[in-house]
Design a protein around this ligand. Structure first.
Ligand SMILES: Cc1cc2nc3c(=O)[nH]c(=O)nc-3n(C[C@H](O)[C@H](O)[C@H](O)COP(=O)(O)OP(=O)(O)OC[C@H]3O[C@@H](n4cnc5c(N)ncnc54)[C@H](O)[C@@H]3O)c2cc1C
Length: 400
C-alpha cells in the first residue's frame, strides 16, 4: 500500500450525494483538520501496521473513527453517510483509510451483549486494542464451515485447540475474533444438523498461554499473514460472542461488511488513478496503442458502475438494510475495477511500478499492484462470491 498523501486536501470526491448541509460541513471540518494534522511520516524500518496504527490513533484523537457507532460505545453516533463521506475524503487525497475495523465493530454491535459492546468497542475504536480475524484454517478457507478448531466446554470455560491461517497482522494484534467448533452435531441422531450450527465466536486475547503466532512473508515483502497455533487455550464464557452455535451468522455478517465498498475510501482512491489514465488517454493519444486506449475506457466504465452501485448501497444502508449476501456484488465490482485499473496503469505508467529504491523493489505503485492481485482472494474468492449470488441472492439451484 502506498502511504504518501498527494494533496493536502481533497477537492473532488465521487460520493458526494449532493451533500446535505451537515455533511458538507463535516467534510469541510475534516479537510481543515487534515490540513493541520497531516499523515505522519513512516519510519524507515517501521512495519506498515505500526505506522497505520499511529494514523488510526491520530484520526481517533480528532473524533474521526467510529462515526456511525453509537456514542455509548465510543463512537460519534452519526450515520453511515457520515462514515462514507470521511472515508471518501481520505481516499481522494490518497491517505490510508479509516482503520478497517468497521466490519468487526458491526459484528460486535449485532451479536455482542451490552456489556461486551461497552468493554470492547471503545478500545477498538480508539486503537487501544487491535484486533485480527481468525476465521480461515489450512483446510477451511472457502469451505469455512469445514473448520476443525474446537472449543471444548470444561467447568465454565472453554479449551481451544487447532490452527488458523492467513490471519492478517496477528503479530500486531491484542485480540482475535475467533471462530471455533463448540459442539459437533451428530448427523446420525439429527439428520438436519449442519456443520455450520456448531460454530461459535470468541474474543481471544492473544497473550493467553497456549497461543503461538508465526508470521509469514508475502510477495510484496510485508509480513501480513500469520499462522496461529492454539494449544489448549483457555477462553472464558464471558469471551464468547453471542450464544453457542451462532458463530456462523456472526461470521457471515462480518464478511458481508468486509466485502462492501462503502467505508473503505477505495472508490475515491481509484478515482484519482482513473482520472490520471483519462488525462493520459487524451494527452498521449498518438503514442498509446488503440488496445490500451480501449482498456482505459473499460477502467472508466468499471469505475462508474462501482460508483453508481455504491451510491445505491449507501442509500439502502441509510434506509436501515444491514449488509447481507448482496455484498458479494460489491466485492466482485471492487475486485474487477481494482485489478483492471492497476494492470492498465502498469502499461501506461511503467516507471511508477519499476522505479528504484522502494522496499518492495518497485516504484510507488508497485505494492498497490501486487496487493490488487489478492483482491480476488481475501474476504472470500471471486468464485465464492459468484456462488453466493447464485444461491443466496438469485435462489438458483446447486449444480449436480
Ligand atoms: C491478503 C489476504 C488477507 C487475508 N486475511 C485473512 C484474515 O485476516 N483472516 C482470515 O481468517 N483469513 C484471511 N485470509 C484468507 C482468505 O479468507 C482465504 O484465502 C479465502 O477465503 C480462500 O480460502 P483458501 O485460501 O483456503 O482457498 P481455497 O478455499 O482452498 O480455494 C482454492 C481455489 O478453489 C476455489 N474454490 C474453492 N471452493 C470452491 C467452490 N465451491 N466453487 C468454486 N470454486 C471454489 C477458490 O475460489 C480458489 O480459487 C486472507 C487472504 C488474503 C489473500
Amino acid at each position: 500500500m502506498t502511504v504518501t498523501v498527494t494533496a493536502a486536501t481533497a477537492t473532488d470526491t465521487p460520493l458526494d450525494f449532493g451533500d446535505p448541509a451537515d455533511l458538507d460541513q463535516l467534510r469541510r471540518r475534516f479537510r481543515a483538520w487534515l490540513a493541520e494534522h497531516p499523515l505522519p511520516e513512516r519510519g524507515a524500518d517501521e512495519p506498515l501496521p505500526v505506522f497505520l496504527h499511529r494514523w488510526h490513533r491520530q484520526l481517533h484523537s480528532g473524533g474521526w473513527v467510529g462515526l456511525d457507532v453509537p456514542q455509548a460505545y465510543g463512537g460519534q453516533g452519526l450515520s453511515t453517510l457520515h462514515q462514507v463521506a470521511i472515508s471518501d475524503e481520505l481516499g481522494a487525497c490518497q491517505a490510508p483509510g479509516i482503520p478497517r475495523i468497521g466490519y468487526l465493530a458491526h459484528a460486535l454491535l449485532e451479536f455482542g451483549s451490552e456489556e461486551q459492546c461497552r468493554r470492547w468497542l471503545p478500545r477498538m475504536l480508539s486503537g487501544e486494542d487491535t484486533w485480527c480475524q481468525g476465521f480461515s484454517e489450512p483446510g477451511a478457507g472457502s469451505d469455512l464451515a469445514g473448520m476443525a478448531t474446537t472449543a471444548t466446554r470444561q467447568d465454565g470455560h472453554y479449551l481451544v485447540r487447532g490452527q488458523k491461517l492467513w490471519t492478517s497482522y496477528a503479530q500486531f494484534s491484542g485480540l482475535c475474533l475467533l471462530l471455533a467448533r463448540t459442539e459437533r452435531a451428530d448427523p446420525a441422531t439429527d439428520p438436519s444438523a449442519r456443520p455450520h450450527d456448531s460454530i461459535s465466536a470468541f474474543a481471544l486475547p492473544l497473550d493467553r498461554a497456549g497461543v503461538t503466532v508465526r508470521p509469514l512473508r508475502a510477495a510484496n515483502g510485508d509480513d501480513e499473514f500469520c499462522e496461529l497455533f492454539l494449544d489448549d487455550v483457555r477462553i472464558e464464557e464471558s469471551e464468547r460472542i453471542g450464544a453457542e452455535g451462532t458463530g456462523w451468522p456472526l461470521a457471515m455478517t462480518t464478511v458481508s461488511y468486509e466485502r462492501n465498498a462503502l467505508d473503505t475510501g477505495h472508490i475515491s482512491r481509484y478515482g484519482v488513478l482513473v482520472e490520471r489514465l483519462r488525462r493520459s488517454a487524451r494527452d498521449r493519444r498518438g503514442e498509446l496503442p488503440d488496445g490500451l486506449l480501449s482498456e482505459i475506457g473499460r477502467c472508466y466504465v468499471d469505475y462508474q458502475v462501482l460508483v453508481a452501485h455504491t451510491r445505491r448501497r449507501t442509500a439502502e444502508r441509510l434506509a436501515g438494510r444491514t449488509a447481507g449476501p448482496e455484498s458479494s456484488y460489491d466485492k466482485l465490482l471492487m475486485t474487477r475495477t481494482e485489478q483492471r485499473l492497476y494492470e492498465t496503469a502498469l502499461r501506461v505508467f511503467p516507471g511508477e511500478f519499476f522505479g528504484e529504491g522502494e522496499s518492495s523493489g518497485g516504484g510507488p505503485l508497485f505494492g498497490d499492484y501486487l496487493y490488487s492481485r489478492a483482491a480476488s482472494v481475501y474476504g472470500g474468492t471471486s468464485q465464492i462470491q459468484r456462488n453466493i449470488i447464485a444461491k443466496r441472492v438469485l435462489g438458483l439451484p446447486s449444480a449436480g
